[in-house]
Design a binder for this molecule. Structure first.
Ligand code: HEC
Ligand code: HEC
Ligand code: HEC
Length: 421
């Protein structure tokens, strides 16, 4: 009798441990979504987390490694401590210093609890893959990995997360996600002389003030304003919708943000997305701000396009190719055709994103909350460099937009990158 009870107690204990593990693994899977580990550690068409994605950086091409639990090709032999050190400090068990293409300066802010869960998820739930990712070979001096130790000393803070006492609990949760696992600053914060992000938290006006990704301007996320370009003119709900669905009643996602939404933010809980929006709304816009033109100027553009007399080439190209979806108002159609008036992509310091969208088109990702794909056709085959330059120059000065001219050589260089894709 005693024996039976003991074994019952034992199996009950084991059952509880398994249930706890299952919860931990589930939490870890969610942390992996917050951190978007999949995006870099999976090659197109490749096995999840098996690495091999080539990442273009200013240092050269860097390959993401295999982080499946395979003992030889992956990280299966890493202890939890080894794993924490690689993810938060960028140092592997053999002392190798990782390149900051792996966003460890942001991951440094992840809590022990989240790292523990992430480790449990990768070790217990990710399929091991026995194939090594291609090795990274950079030119001198960047092939000298010890140099990264100096880089860390000079440029990366690698400090843990501290809540800001001025913020509410929800805003601090948003701060934790944005600055930590979400590593939003790795694209949205301007870079300094050492290619480091100029700031890693809201203590500086440079934080999330807008960056540059291979020539494509990345908009500012500092949203504490009632009007202005991009998020400065969005409500909390518009920010939440964009992150959940890749579209809202003003804008649609393009470029590298599409993958962030598909693999990371569209999987965040409603509460977490609301926290992210609340946090972005605590930071006032900074830097060289574009001031949009007055509403009367928008009326003037609408009048010209409606009258359709003596149009410039840019205006004519717009009416013939774009007006059917984006309308003479530049306001598009709610939730389907995004606004071109006041949009970040139209007013960006660099017109690369705008020109790329005109040439290659764009499509919204299909996500749980918005499965339909909204498609914009590409015009590379139909419009000459001159037409696209005239069109983009028109758009950047149309309605309330207020940005610089675009030349045919700007268009030609974007067209050349399309040919490589
Ligand atoms: C923006 C791209 C990017 C994201 C996002 C990313 N990684 Fe990485 N990671 C890399 C690259 C690139 C390397 C290899 C760097 C090198 O070779 O120096 C790397 C290396 C690693 C390593 C060291 C592997 C080894 O072979 O020792 C670990 C562990 C790791 N990443 C885990 C993660 C986890 C966990 C996440 C999500 C929380 C994540 N990474 C998200 C790009 C990324
Ligand atoms: C891999 C780089 C990258 C990362 C990481 C990234 N973003 Fe973005 N983000 C972009 C780019 C590029 C755009 C511009 C998209 C376009 O031109 O349509 C953008 C646009 C946005 C916009 C729309 C702003 C506007 O004015 O139109 C929001 C909101 C946004 N990102 C939020 C976030 C948040 C929150 C995170 C972190 C969870 C994040 N991003 C991480 C690259 C990135
Ligand atoms: C058939 C309808 C259609 C036509 C024609 C069209 N577009 Fe679009 N456009 C869309 C849709 C749908 C999107 C949203 C897709 C996305 O960005 O993911 C979009 C997105 C855009 C964006 C990105 C907006 C943002 O919020 O980031 C720009 C810029 C743009 N279009 C400009 C143009 C220009 C210029 C033309 C004419 C050469 C044009 N479009 C023609 C449907 C259209």
């Amino acid at each position: 009798m005693k024996l039976v009870m003991m074994s019952a107690a034992l199996s009950l204990g084991a059952g509880m441990a398994m249930a706890q593990d299952a919860d931990l693994v589930k939490q870890g899977a969610y942390v992996a979504r917050l951190g978007d580990c999949m995006a870099c550690h999976t090659a197109p068409g490749g096995a999840p987390y098996a690495g091999g994605l080539p990442i273009k950086s200013d240092l050269g091409t860097i390959y993401a490694t295999n982080i499946t639990p395979d003992k030889e090709a992956g990280i299966g032999s890493y202890s939890e401590e080894d794993f924490a050190k690689a993810v938060r400090k960028g140092v592997t068990p053999d002392g190798t210093h990782l390149y900051p293409a792996m966003p460890y300066p942001s991951y440094a802010k992840m809590t022990d609890a989240d790292i523990k869960a992430l480790y449990a998820y990768i070790m217990q739930d990710v399929e091991p893959v026995a194939e090594k990712a291609p090795e990274t070979h950079l030119g001198f001096p960047f092939n000298q990995r010890w140099g990264m130790a100096l880089w860390n000393l000079a440029f990366s803070e690698s400090v843990g997360f501290t809540p800001d006492p001025k913020l509410s609990d929800a805003e601090n949760r948003g701060k934790y996600i944005v600055e930590g696992a979400g590593h939003c600053g790795s694209c949205h914060t301007p870079r300094g002389i050492g290619m480091q992000e100029k700031a890693y938290d809201n203590g500086s006006d440079d934080y999330l003030a807008g960056g540059d990704l291979n020539g494509w301007s990345v908009p500012s996320l500092r949203a504490d304003a009632d009007s202005g370009i991009g998020v400065a003119g969005w409500t909390d709900q518009e920010i939440v919708d964009y992150l959940a669905m890749g579209r809202n009643d003003k804008a649609a996602v393009g470029g590298e943000m599409t993958s962030v939404i598909e693999h990371s933010t569209s999987h965040m809980t409603d509460d977490d997305l609301a926290s992210v929006a609340a946090y972005l709304k605590t930071m006032a816009p900074s830097g060289d701000l574009v001031s949009l033109k007055p509403a009367a100027d928008a009326q003037a553009t609408i009048a010209t396009l409606t009258a359709a007399k003596d149009l410039t080439n840019g205006e004519r190209v717009y009416i013939d190719n774009c007006g059917a979806c984006h309308f003479v108002t530049g306001k598009g159609g709610k939730d389907i055709f995004p606004e071109l008036d006041g949009a970040s992509i139209v007013n960006a310091p660099s017109a690369t994103g705008l020109v790329h969208t005109i040439l290659a088109g764009a499509k919204t990702p299909s996500v749980e909350k918005a499965p339909s794909v909204n498609l914009m056709p590409g015009f590379a085959g139909r419009l000459s460099d001159q037409d696209v330059a005239d069109l983009a120059t028109f758009l950047r000065g149309a309605w309330t937009n207020n940005a610089g001219k675009v030349s045919t050589s700007d268009v030609a260089s974007v067209r050349a990158t399309l040919a490589q894709d």
